[in-house]
Write a protein that binds this ligand. Structure first.
Ligand SMILES: C[S@@+](CC[C@H](N)C(=O)[O-])C[C@H]1O[C@@H](n2cnc3c(N)ncnc32)[C@H](O)[C@@H]1O
Length: 296
């Protein structure tokens, strides 16, 4: 079937025609080659609804015209918006208490007390920032001795979605999101802006560097030696084989003793010679061996 023929199909409820299998195949290839994102057949409905949402926003009614626009040179700004519409940014403060508890018990004691070195963490797939600010609250409370002392941690937070990162950098959220933050943290780290909005304190905002990063282009990311890599609910965008390859590369970015925290179900049966699985109910986490012989 040619694309033109496919476009003559009956319009869907949105006013746009159905996306044919051939067109879907074209988009799959383009996403794979340009963004390193693989799209399985099961994700077609989700992809189509994101694609249509973006096309409606810009008043485009022809899949082929939009496809050509994204194939053209200098199309990165439009790619950034489309990727944002195709990805789910669902997140919340203190989303995974079991994982946070594990970080507190397994990792933080090694950094507490005076004279310890600064802890470096990476929130990977940070969406609108709630995950990174959650980690910042946890680390600041555990590692800093007083409000006047310099926090002894830094957080790098990355995501493929630039609009989500813009929200994250502002650190301002609707008051209803406050409900997820335990009372003892709210008082110290959240400032009321209005009855509808609150903001994360400047002290924490200054500790986090938000940057765009496509996980498929990990080789472009220059940092390593992380004590904590927190990567939850992001690997779902990759197929099983790709997940293992990505995790192998993330393992190489950990400092000795560093912790890799995933969400339960993010990956099955992955192992790495330099990492040890931490067995703790309701969590999926690995620790890099301190042994200097441990190899990537
Ligand atoms: C469901 S949210 C998870 C947010 C947060 N980690 C949490 O668990 O609450 C998934 C995030 O992964 C990001 N993402 C999807 N594909 C990505 C990729 N290839 N590289 C980097 N981030 C990606 C999305 O933009 C989205 O913000």
């Amino acid at each position: 079937m040619t694309l033109q023929m496919a476009n003559r199909k009956l319009p869907s409820r949105t006013g746009l025609p159905e996306l044919s299998d051939a067109q879907f195949g074209q988009w799959r290839e383009l996403l794979e080659t340009r963004m390193g994102i693989s799209l399985s057949e099961q994700r077609k409905p989700l992809f189509v609804s994101g694609l249509r949402a973006r096309m409606r926003e810009i008043g485009c009614e022809d899949y082929q015209a939009y496809y050509q626009r994204l194939r053209a040179p200098h199309s990165m700004p439009e790619w950034a918006i489309l990727i944002d519409r195709l990805t789910v940014h669902e997140t919340r403060f203190f989303r995974d208490p079991d994982a946070l508890d594990l970080v507190e018990r397994v990792l933080l004691p090694g950094f507490a007390g005076p004279g310890g070195r600064s802890l470096q963490a990476w929130s990977l797939g940070c969406a609108s920032g709630e995950e990174a600010y959650t980690l910042a609250m946890l680390l600041d409370r555990a590692l800093t001795t007083g409000p006047d002392t310099v926090p002894r941690f830094g957080i790098t937070a990355t995501d493929i979605s630039r609009p989500a990162l813009d929200t994250a950098r502002q650190g301002e959220y609707a008051q209803r999101r406050l409900a997820g933050i335990p009372q003892e943290y709210r008082q110290t780290y959240c400032e009321t802006l209005s009855p509808q909005r609150f903001r994360i304190s400047e002290r924490l905002r200054r500790r986090i560097c938000f940057s765009p990063l496509n996980l498929s282009e990990l080789e472009r990311f220059p940092l390593d030696g992380f004590d904590l890599i927190y990567c939850q609910n992001v690997l779902i965008y990759f197929d099983r084989g790709e997940r293992h390859g990505l995790l192998d590369r993330l393992a190489g970015r950990l400092a000795p003793g560093g912790l890799l925290v995933l969400a339960p179900g993010d990956v099955l049966s992955w192992t790495h010679p330099a990492l040890e699985r931490i067995r703790c109910a309701g969590t999926l986490a690995y620790q890099r061996r301190v042994d200097p012989e441990a190899r990537d």
